[in-house]
Design a binder for this molecule. Structure first.
Ligand code: PEP
Length: 251
């Protein structure tokens, strides 16, 4: 399985800025993802079309939206449908990012609705899961991951192509804080996630990429990518600059 190198640009960059960063990435990568790597950059809706056009200059790379509404169209002011995302030239969407769960109040059930609807609409989905520090310290790690995975993957269409789904484990306490989980934490938690994925997804679980996210940077990406059950990384802050994200892609 290729390692999936994902960037999350959150609420940063206008269309022009996003296109410029993608152009810089294309130059640094000589127009292609390195051997054994696939790249996806999640960008704000307003930058999606320009970033997607610019990304056609990088073989093995694509773009994604950071959110989606689970309906084809309708009276949902301010929301964006899967077809609108695809029309921008993007092929992926993030669901369940901790900032949407904890700042915007999205429930596990709503995340599951989005995941299933986006998949049935032909988008590839990266479902994010992860515990807060309080949950970890109260011994609730496994319960939280199990609940987020079961509800997040509920109603995934049976005919979903294997390459359409990825899971990103991101401990909330390690996102944007500079605190990376220890090697032992990552190995232990990814093993739990993989076991739960096997129980929920059956045979396809081992072919479904499981990414780590949380303060990944050029200095730690290589050692994280070498760990058991780590099939890629999801990078926030350190993906905003082409140079830094390219170093991570090449790690
Ligand atoms: C993220 O936004 O998914 C993330 C992991 O952020 P950071 O790399 O900045 O911790």
């Amino acid at each position: 399985m290729k390692k999936l190198m994902a960037a999350n640009w959150k609420m940063y960059k206008t269309g022009a800025e996003a296109a410029e960063t993608v152009k810089e990435m294309a130059a640094l990568l000589n127009g292609t993802a390195p051997e054994g790597r696939e790249i996806v950059v999640f960008v704000p809706f307003t930058a999606l079309e320009r970033a997607s056009v610019a990304m056609t200059a990088v073989k093995g790379a694509s773009t994604g939206a950071e959110n989606v509404y689970p309906a084809a169209e309708g009276a949902f002011t301010g929301e964006i449908s899967p077809a609108m995302i695809r029309a921008c030239g993007a092929s992926w969407v993030l669901t369940g990012h901790s900032e949407r769960r904890h700042i915007l109040g999205e429930s596990d059930a709503f995340v599951g609705e989005k995941t299933a609807f986006a998949l049935s609409s032909g988008l590839r989905v990266m479902l994010c899961i992860g515990e807060t520090l309080e949950e970890r310290e109260s011994g609730l790690l496994r319960n939280v991951l199990e609940r987020q995975l079961r509800l997040g993957l509920k109603n995934v269409p049976a005919d979903t192509p294997v390459e359409a789904l990825a899971i990103a484990y991101e401990p909330v306490w390690a996102i944007g804080t500079g605190k990376t989980a220890t090697t032992e934490d990552i190995v232990e938690t990814h093993a739990i996630c993989r076991e739960l994925m096997r129980d929920i997804l059956g045979a396809r679980a081992d072919e479904t990429p499981l990414l780590y996210g949380g303060s990944v940077k050029p200095a730690n990406a290589g050692s994280i990518l070498a760990l058991d059950n780590v099939d890629g990384v999801l990078v926030g802050g350190a993906s905003l600059k082409a140079d830094s994200f390219t170093q991570i892609i090449n790690a």
